[in-house]
Design a protein around this ligand. Structure first.
Ligand code: NAP
Length: 307
């Protein structure tokens, strides 16, 4: 029987692990299908306080893990496929093995939705990104392309105009999901060019290990051409990793956990941390802060229960 099981090993999960381990609760962290979370697929992180020269994303998250292990946190590879939160102790099926816990911290994150091209996948962190706030800075005076037609795509494109020489927004239709105000702002921006009814068929250049261009195809005319770009930002939404909790935890229509204040969910003893509940900020530092909150609430809960 565990005191605390933490699902997810990104900034939120690792920070929750550091805090609960230091509270002597011997947390068990189930790393999830993307160990290290979103940071593990970024390169340099320059906005995490305490690193004036920046820090490599995978290194930062690995150091958080080591810090948690140093205080006694246990890490186990795998994901929770099934969760029974109907009564305490909670039960989780992790790679076929059932584990029981008094409290649960859900820090499973939200995975960026990708186009799914092989070349795109190979160039993630090498010019392909899902986070303008994280990586925009690296594309000063460069040609940037953004994919998507929702508010995220508008917001990221507008943000990227601060850095890029030119920003091209590619959308697969000519109707946008984005709110009118965001769309109008994007359309009016002199550095921002819209390409509609178009998709990316290929990202170049995998052999060089960097983005040098894309192959664009117009879905109406069928015509395709190559365009040189230095950075490609995919802003086609995120998918919160809440499948095992559907019907148990209160979720919003897109599957994000609905908070009951602080780090609390609708189930007593189950806490949320990070992007699985946060569709707004999604930063390493905010996820870490949320992990701290969840840990402190779990600790208080266990103390109250006499453990
Ligand atoms: P979204 O509204 O679901 O939009 C996703 C966009 O990506 C859609 O335009 C969609 O095209 C496109 N897309 C999806 N899969 C694609 C694929 N495989 N290839 C090419 N294009 C693809 O997602 P979001 O923009 O991340 O926004 C999510 C929510 O957060 C929304 O409610 C949004 O209003 C909110 N948000 C608000 C703000 C703000 O107010 N400042 C900022 C960001 C997000 P189709 O339209 O053709 O389906």
């Amino acid at each position: 029987m565990h005191n605390v099981v933490i699902l997810g090993s990104g900034c939120a999960g690792n920070t929750a692990a550091i805090y609960t381990a230091r509270a002597n609760l011997k947390p068990l962290v189930i790393t999830g299908h993307e160990p290290g979370g979103q940071l593990s697929i970024t390169s340099l992180v320059e906005n995490f306080p305490g690193f004036p020269e920046g820090v490599d994303g995978p290194e930062l998250v690995e150091r958080m893990k080591q810090q948690a292990q140093h205080f006694g946190a246990e890490y186990r590879d795998g994901s929770a496929q099934v969760a029974d939160l109907s009564k305490r102790p909670f039960r989780l099926s992790v790679e076929g093995e059932w584990i029981e816990t008094r409290t649960l911290i859900v820090a499973t994150g939200a995975s960026a939705r990708w186009l799914g091209l092989e070349s795109e996948q190979k160039l993630i962190g090498k010019g392909v990104s899902s986070c303008a706030t994280c990586d925009g800075f690296f594309f000063r005076d460069k040609n940037i392309m953004v994919v998507g037609g929702g508010d995220s795509a508008m917001e990221e494109s507008l943000f990227l105009t601060r850095f890029g020489r030119e920003v091209t927004l590619v959308h697969r239709r000519d109707q946008f999901r984005a709110s009118k105000i965001m769309l109008d702002r994007a359309m009016a921006h002199p550095k921002l060019k819209m390409v509609t009814n178009s998709v990316i068929d290929e990202v170049y250049d995998v052999s060089k290990g960097e983005v040098s261009g894309v192959r664009l195809r117009n879905l109406v005319t069928g015509e395709a051409h190559d365009q040189a770009v230095d950075g490609l930002f995919i802003a086609i939404g995120h998918i919160p990793n809440t499948k095992p909790f559907a019907g148990q935890l209160d979720l919003d229509p897109d599957g994000y956990i609905l908070s009951k204040g602080g780090a609390r969910t609708n189930i007593t003893g189950v806490f949320h941390a990070g992007d699985v509940q946060d569709r707004t900020y999604r930063q390493a530092i905010t996820a870490s802060g949320a992990g701290c909150m969840a840990a402190m609430e779990a600790e208080k809960f266990l103390e109250h229960e006499g453990h």
